[in-house]
Design a protein around this ligand. Sequence first.
Ligand code: M6R
Length: 369
Amino acid sequence: EKGGWSSFMAKEISEEPDAIANTLLGRVHDGTVSLSELDPLGADTLAGIERIIVIACGTAAYAGMLGAYAIEKWARVPVDVQLSHEFRYREPVIGDRTLVVSISQSGETMDTLMAVKYAREAGARTLSICNTQGATIPRESDAVLYTHAGPEVAVASTKAFVAQVTALYLLGLQLASIRGSLSPELIAEQVAELAAVPAKLSEVLQSGETISQLARWMADTRSVLFLGRHVGYPVALEGALKLKELAYIHAEGFAAGELKHGPIALIEPGQIVFVVVPSPRDPLSLHPKVVSNIQEIRARGARVIAIAEEGDAAVLPYADEVIRIPLAAPLFEPLLSVVPLHIFGMELAAAKGLDVDQPRNLAKSVTVE
Ligand code: M6R
């Protein structure tokens, strides 16, 4: 039940901090990760995995992209993310040292199910990350790591997304521990970062009113662009998908580095661009690069809405609006910066008088290929 909320989506966004906390529950202790759910795969098998392929569709695929950054960095295993419906048609190179990780909130997405069956037949180990107990995809997989987001009713996926990212990060840390690629101290540091996310996210939810106001101002907008770099890139893709599916607005997400390879030609006066800004403390030093992207688009008349860390003053001269997120290590920032975009998509749809929970032409789970 909606329990006083205007829509299931509003309720589910409010549950994003709990979705993360509940997915961590019982799986982290004293700075370590223990995922007994991976036992059916065997520690030796996991230690010998040479490649991971993540398969998913839509929002789940963007969660997969975020997981890929973390798993590669921590466990030093190459990770590819492929859309389920593209995967088997490319005749992927798969062997018994390949781990295929499927991600599906419903566990019933036909494209993902067919991809899992294909992977199994080709000899891969299969792990399902799923939010629905006993669904078909987990039953067809060697092992399952459930996300504990609780039932998600709204067609647009929100709390399941952050729970999927959490599960993938746990997987990355568990693999790093099995393979010895991260010291126990570094694992403990990441566990602490992860455990701190729910409280920070509750703070982000407080900025909901500013975002609704923005959405009301933009109710007539015909096109919105989203830019992000590194882990901000999947966040940009997710922000764009939400606007398409909920508000029926043409929206595109770009990797900020691609701007000058084409998309900057789209910028004309008044074009709204959301920019996911990395932390100025980011050891990869991406912050000045993204700020310079903001200057480039601003000089061409874009209206910039920056999602930036608290205290980041460098964005102020160039942004029309700044949405603040609390400080976090780079890999954990997406779990905070994505939520304002979830709220924005919902509020813009509401401002247009659309059905937020049940957008046109869409089903909650896509059970046909
Ligand atoms: O149930 P699944 O996670 O397999 O669903 C995958 C996509 O259909 C789903 O994430 C879709 O993109 C959402 N409507 C996006 O909000």
